[in-house]
Design a protein around this ligand. Structure first.
Ligand SMILES: O=C(O)C(=O)C[C@]1(C(=O)O)C=C[C@@H](O)C=C1
Length: 337
C-alpha cells in the first residue's frame, strides 16, 4: 500500500450509490489528503480488499429504508466475524478475527432512473439492475407500462447496469434498459427516459464504513479526528455499536435474558436482525445495534453479562451516529392521498 494515499474500496463501477456514500464520507478530508477510490466488482470484494489490507477503508451497503437489510452484507459480516461451517471446512482460522472494524455510517437518498435508448417503454426487452432495486421500484413494475415479457437481469451494481446498456448499444442492441442513479446516467452518457421510479421518494440506503483496525497510524486518526471535531461541536452526539450474538438454542428464554440486560443497563436498541449462523442448522446470529459506546462503563458491564450467557459475542464496531439518521420525516398527508 503506497504511504500517504488513502485507499477506499466501494462497490463499483463509478456512479453507484456506494460510490456516492464513499464520496460523502471521504470528501470531508479530501482537501488535506489524497484519496484513491478503488471500485470493486462485488460486495464480497469490498470485504476481501480490506481484509487483505489492499485498501485502508471500504464502504458497503447495509440496509435500505424500503426493503430492509442487505443480506449479502450481513452474511459477509458473519463470514468474517464468526466461525461458520464454510470457513471451518476451508480451515481459514483467521475468519473470526478480521483485519477490519466498522467505524462509520453514511446515508444516501436513493432515486432510481430508467435509462434506455428503446423507442418506447413497451419495446424494452431486458432491464438490468442490482437485485436490491427490484422491490424498491415495485409500483413501477406493477404499473403495466412495461411489456409483460420484459426480463429483469441482476447486475453487480446499478452503475454496472448502466455500463451493460452502453455495451449492448455498442453491439447494436437498443432494447435493453438499466435502473440506476442520475450520476451513472451522466457518467455513461445515457439520458433517463423516466426519473424517480422508486416507490418511496424518501428511499434511503445506509452504508457502513469499514476501516483497517491494525492501522493505528494516521489513517484511523484522521477519521477519529473528524469524529472528535464533530463530538466537540455536539458533545451529546450519540454513539452506536454493532454486535453479533449467538445463543444456545436449547436454553429457553435465553434471548429474552440477553435483551433484559440491555434494559437493565438502560441501553436502547436501534436495530435487530438475524441471519443463519451457518455453523449449526436453525441457529441464528442476532445482529444488534444499540445506542452506546463500548468504552462506556455501563456498556462494558452489559456486554460482560451477555457474554456469560451467550455462545459467542462479537463487537463489529462503533461509530458516531450520522446527522442524516434524523432526516426521517414521512409526510403522512402524502401517503394518505
Ligand atoms: O448498486 C448500487 O449502486 C449500490 O451501491 C448497491 C445498492 C445495495 O446493495 O443496496 C445500494 C443502494 C441501493 O439500495 C441499491 C443497490
Amino acid at each position: 500500500m503506497s504511504s500517504g494515499v488513502i485507499r477506499v474500496a466501494f462497490l463499483g463501477p463509478e456512479g453507484s450509490f456506494c460510490h456516492q456514500a464513499a464520496l460523502q464520507q471521504f470528501s470531508k478530508i479530501s482537501n488535506s489528503h489524497k484519496i484513491q477510490y478503488c471500485p470493486q466488482t462485488s460486495i464480497a470484494n469490498c470485504f476481501s480488499s480490506i481484509d487483505s489490507k489492499n485498501v485502508n477503508y471500504s464502504v458497503i451497503p447495509f440496509e435500505n429504508s424500503t426493503n430492509g437489510l442487505v443480506a449479502f452484507t450481513y452474511d459477509l459480516l458473519r463470514n468474517h466475524f464468526f466461525k461458520t461451517s464454510l470457513n471451518v471446512k476451508s480451515s481459514n482460522n483467521n475468519r473470526n478475527s478480521p483485519n477490519f472494524e466498522v467505524i462509520g455510517e453514511q446515508y444516501v437518498s436513493i432515486h432510481h432512473n430508467l435509462l434506455s435508448t428503446a423507442s418506447s417503454l413497451g419495446s424494452i426487452t431486458k432491464i438490468y439492475s442490482h437485485p436490491q432495486v427490484w422491490s424498491q421500484c415495485s409500483n413501477f413494475f406493477g404499473s403495466g407500462k412495461l411489456s409483460p415479457t420484459v426480463v429483469k437481469v441482476d447486475s453487480s451494481s446499478t452503475s454496472r447496469a448502466a455500463q451493460l446498456v452502453t455495451e449492448d448499444i455498442k453491439n447494436g442492441i437498443t432494447t435493453t434498459a438499466a435502473i440506476c442513479s442520475v450520476t451513472a446516467s451522466e457518467i455513461y452518457g445515457l439520458k433517463p427516459i423516466l426519473t424517480n421510479i422508486e416507490d418511496d421518494n424518501n428511499n434511503t440506503t445506509r452504508f457502513l464504513v469499514l476501516a483497517d483496525k491494525d492501522e493505528k497510524s494516521y489513517l484511523n486518526e484522521i477519521i477519529k479526528e473528524t469524529e472528535k471535531n464533530d463530538l466537540e461541536k455536539n458533545p451529546s452526539k450519540p454513539y452506536v455499536t454493532l454486535v453479533g450474538i449467538t445463543v444456545h438454542n436449547e436454553n429457553t428464554g435465553v434471548l429474552c435474558d440477553v435483551l433484559s440486560y440491555f434494559k437493565q443497563y438502560n441501553i436502547n436498541l436501534s436495530t435487530i436482525n438475524t441471519r443463519p449462523s451457518q455453523l449449526v442448522k436453525w441457529q441464528y446470529i442476532f445482529f444488534i445495534e444499540f445506542w452506546g459506546n463500548p468504552r462506556d462503563e455501563h456498556v462494558v458491564k452489559c456486554l460482560d453479562s451477555i457474554k456469560k450467557i451467550s455462545e459467542d459475542l462479537k463487537i463489529l464496531g462503533s461509530f458516531a451516529r450520522d446527522d442524516m439518521y434524523y432526516d426521517n420525516k414521512v409526510d403522512v398527508n402524502d401517503t394518505m392521498l
